[in-house]
Design a binder for this molecule. Structure first.
Ligand SMILES: [Ca+2]
Ligand SMILES: [Ca+2]
Ligand SMILES: [Ca+2]
Length: 607
């Protein structure tokens, strides 16, 4: 580091009298012990309180400390308190810990006496404070309702523990980023169910912008594929994409090569993974809790066409599309849980290039063909996402190869058999209707949901968390932050490494991922967010620069608007206040404002 910065930083602290390491003798609590007569029948009491002395004229810090201890001593004598210890927090503010054997009534009496003392400005509970809930209250997250077998809930969003190695630790990212409503994430898919109570329109307090429908009329001019009675239109509601034998018979040309099947509600499933309403006590949590979702319908019955997808990509990213009003909410991120085998086409690549130049992050699933990455996942500039089993190996169905940028959980069942639950399904929102929409529900171990379609939205959601922290990130920076922060792939000794795959080859099942076949590693939401957060870079710089004040090791935490690290050896904090944007130092003598973070970020090279 630049020695000038080091000097500046030390000088700033020295000037404030904070430079010296704490004297252990001074750091000890000044103890005032009086008699303790416990009553065993009284209820337990709150043993920690904060006593604030009245203000006094400014005096030297060392004198103030002695003086405040003398003041406290006299307060203690006057109030004849049964006290375990006073511990100074600042010259005026002291932590008061009552002896644990005291009864509640004894504590009440002591507090009343304290509050009447002429030296005392305030006595208040020393509240226990927890960092803001990183565990969402959505019941499906912890799995309170949705599983009949081994409860794993939204395992893929939790910290990776035990054999669940591929979990992305969104839970660890949420204290630092829950997304931002200024970020728009487009979902090019089958449309969406605007009324799903865990999604809803932004106008109703939900996540979904109006969007657009780019499923064009059939080649014969009919609407068997669009299923909404027209071609392109401004309503991307998902009417269902079911196909039955009668439809195949009545539309042999439009639906040639298609299979019968129930409605998939695929766009609702991918959208909810990215941004289900979260912390709403209902259903599931999304990866991103704040971004707005832009539904762009490009898939109808039996899929869609590249021309419609290109139109949808252009519109989603704010590029003009012939005959369609410009998108008033251009997307910063686009999720494509779709693809076709074969190379990236000219029109796809040209569109992706235009979007990349505009700063739009494009994420696509690798495909479920067990072979080469599909298009547009294999287009240059796309963040292609492969699928992992819960243990971190490549899940059998996932496509793979050098175009994959990163891998994330794709879901896997373990227990496959009639009526058996799919243990590591990727739970998300869906609908129970087999044709038209019916009851809004969630996927579960019994209504399972697997595929690289559900790995890509986890990456798109993490990209939203990154842009919330640092809106100036380019698509290349988002990609590198996700790749460089990834967890390494595990090795299961019983499995082969994933081989190289040539276009057209298939049927490569579960295998040990290698960098190059499944991307840079396993998605790690927390580490990715930390990587793009200038505050994290600044804290690390401070620890490298002034290790005797800020010894490396503590993890960052957030509390209200504060983002901080706590140094237990010295009982000090280095913090950044979100509201003022200032860097703060909290030591035994209180809070010191070290100035605007912009200056510190510039000095530390952390912009
Ligand atoms: Ca239509
Ligand atoms: Ca429509
Ligand atoms: Ca929810």
């Amino acid at each position: 580091m630049n020695p000038n910065y080091h000097r500046y930083f030390c000088a700033a602290l020295l000037a404030l009298g904070l430079f010296a390491a704490p004297d252990p003798a001074q750091a000890e609590a000044s103890t005032v012990t009086l008699t303790a007569k416990a009553s065993p029948v009284d209820a337990p009491h709150n043993d920690r309180w904060i006593v604030v002395l009245k203000d006094q004229p400014a005096i030297g810090a060392a004198y103030a400390k002695r003086a405040s201890q003398e003041r406290l001593g006299s307060v203690a004598r006057r109030t004849t308190m049964d006290i375990a210890a006073f511990q100074p927090v600042s010259a005026r503010t002291h932590r008061l810990i009552f002896h644990p054997s005291l009864s509640a009534s004894q504590v009440s009496a002591a507090l009343a006496s304290l509050r009447q003392d002429p030296e005392v400005a305030a006595v208040e509970p020393d509240y226990r404070i927890r960092h803001h809930a990183a565990t969402p209250n959505d019941p499906g997250y912890s799995d309170q309702h949705y599983t009949s077998a081994q409860p794993v809930g939204q395992w893929y969003l939790k910290a990776n523990t035990g054999e669940v190695r591929s979990a992305i630790n969104a839970q660890g990212a949420w204290p630092f980023s829950q997304g931002d409503s200024s970020v728009v994430i487009a979902v090019l898919d089958t449309g969406v169910l605007f009324d799903h109570p865990d999604l809803m329109r932004t106008a109703a307090g939900g996540r979904l912008l109006p969007g657009y429908d780019f499923v064009s009329a059939d080649s014969d001019g009919g609407f068997a594929r669009t299923n909404d009675g027209d071609g392109w239109d401004s309503d991307p509601s998902d009417p269902g994409d079911w196909i039955d034998d009668a439809l195949l018979t009545s539309h042999p040309h439009s639906l040639s090569g298609c299979d019968t099947g129930n409605s998939s509600w695929h766009g609702t499933r991918t959208s909810a993974l990215i941004g289900s309403l979260s912390q709403n006590g209902m259903g599931i949590a999304g990866v991103d809790w704040r971004a707005r979702l832009l539904p762009v319908r490009v898939l109808g019955r039996c899929g869609g066409y590249t021309s419609d997808i290109v139109a949808g990509l252009r519109w989603a990213g704010g590029l003009p599309v012939e005959g369609v009003p410009n998108n008033p909410h251009p997307a910063h991120i686009i999720n494509l849980s779709l693809g076709h085998t074969g190379a990236c086409s000219f029109s796809e690549q040209a569109t992706i290039d235009e979007l990349s130049a505009r700063g739009v992050v494009v994420v696509a699933s690798a495909g479920n063909n067990q072979g080469a990455v599909e298009s547009p996942g294999n287009c240059r500039g796309v963040i292609a996402v492969g699928g992992l089993r819960h243990v971190g190996t490549k899940v059998g169905f996932s496509s793979f190869g050098p175009e994959v940028a990163i891998s994330a959980p794709g879901g896997n069942c373990i227990n496959i058999g009639a009526q058996q639950p799919c243990l590591y399904s990727i739970d998300t929102a869906t609908n129970a209707g087999t044709t038209t929409p019916a009851e809004h529900v969630y996927t579960t171990q019994l209504r399972s949901n697997v595929g690289t379609s559900f790995a890509a939205p986890q990456v798109a959601g993490v990209a939203g968390l990154l842009l919330a922290v640092n809106p100036s990130l380019t698509p290349a920076q988002v990609r590198s932050a996700i790749q460089e922060s990834a967890n390494p792939f595990p090795v299961e000794s019983a499995l082969p490494n994933c081989p190289g795959v040539a276009d057209g080859e298939t049927n490569v099942g579960q295998c040990n991922c290698t960098v190059g076949q499944c991307g840079a590693g396993m998605l790690n939401a927390q580490a990715a967010v930390q990587r793009v957060n200038p505050a994290e870079c600044f804290f690390n710089w401070a620890e490298r620069s002034v290790p005797y004040l800020f010894p490396a090791g503590p993890l960052s935490q957030t509390l209200d608007a504060y983002h901080y690290r706590y140094y237990p050896d010295f009982n000090t904090y280095l913090a950044i206040a979100g509201d003022s944007g200032h860097v703060l130092y909290l030591g035994s003598l209180g809070l010191t404002d070290l100035g605007a973070r912009a200056g510190w970020f510039a000095q530390s090279g952390c912009l």
